[in-house]
Design a protein around this ligand. Structure first.
Ligand SMILES: C[S@@+](CC[C@H](N)C(=O)[O-])C[C@H]1O[C@@H](n2cnc3c(N)ncnc32)[C@H](O)[C@@H]1O
Length: 252
């Protein structure tokens, strides 16, 4: 259980710091529940700390679920209590929590429908998920690493499946700020040089699954050095944020 993140999760808390702008969107989507379950919680990014009495400062009760021992190890001592388990078998009674959260994790679950059904079963109110639109438009990184599309397609969460498992959903665009602090796949759209850094790529699960990055990396390095990247995509360097398909999904 959690095997991939026991390996690629080393150093996660340092390279994948929650972005405050995305955090505010998540907070708005959650509202002010009195109890919250964070599924696939990892090191605790975007997870409110339990607040005494429960208030705008945070829910009274927060519980995290995370399968990877390595990710659990990096959680702060002040973070919410964590249960080592999988989304597909949540060890809680029906309707135990007022709200639940799943941030950039559903694509890792061995059975997404089962995990989503478990979230619906254990949550009385809102279920909030951060994922990407499976029909997202291409972004320049795909030009250098076409394998991204092949790797993402089978694990992308279809919105029809979200509806089937969770009931009616609302989606909210999550544009990525140019200086986003959460190092997920699309985070460095305006800082192309970052993808040349092995540690940066190591904190992105899609890169860890790629069979060959060499030619894409060489092409990116050459295009940055020759100015070709800037000729083709340089207009992005003056943009503050970019919509590359990340979406918040809110149900219930
Ligand atoms: C990209 S990380 C996201 C972690 C955290 N939600 C965040 O925003 O930083 C994906 C997480 O999903 C977890 N995960 C993998 N398989 C899972 C499963 N079957 N059930 C729950 N979480 C799982 C991984 O261990 C990892 O912590």
């Amino acid at each position: 259980m959690g095997a991939i993140y026991d390996e690629i999760g080393v150093g996660y808390a340092e390279l994948r710091r929650p972005d405050p702008r995305i955090g505010r969107q998540i907070q708005r989507a959650l509202g002010e529940p009195r109890s919250l379950l964070n599924v696939g919680a990892g090191t605790g990014s975007y997870e409110p700390r339990p607040a005494e009495g429960g208030s705008a400062a945070g829910p009274m009760e927060v519980v995290a679920v995370e399968p990877s021992r390595e990710m659990i190890r990096q959680r702060s001592p002040q973070a919410a209590p964590v249960v080592q388990a999988s989304a597909t078998a949540l060890p809680f009674d029906d309707a135990s929590f007022e709200a639940s959260l799943a941030i950039l994790t559903v694509h890792h679950w061995p059975d997404q429908t089962q995990g989503l059904t478990e979230m619906r079963r254990t949550t009385r109110g809102r279920v909030v998920i951060l994922t990407w639109d499976p029909d997202r438009k291409s972004f320049w990184l795909d030009d250098y690493f076409p394998e991204i599309r092949e790797l993402d397609a089978p694990v992308s969460t279809r919105f029809a499946d979200l509806r089937d498992a969770l009931g009616p959903i609302e989606t909210v665009d999550v544009p990525v700020p140019h200086d986003c602090t959460d190092g997920f796949l699309g985070c460095y759209w305006r800082r192309p040089e970052a993808y040349l850094n092995e540690r940066v790529r190591g904190a992105i699960s899609t890169f860890s699954k790629m069979s060959h990055t060499g030619s894409g990396l060489a092409r990116l390095r050459d295009d940055l050095a020759s100015g070709e990247w800037d000729r083709r995509y340089g207009h992005l360097r003056s943009q503050e944020e970019l919509d590359i398909g990340y979406r918040l999904v809110i149900a219930g």
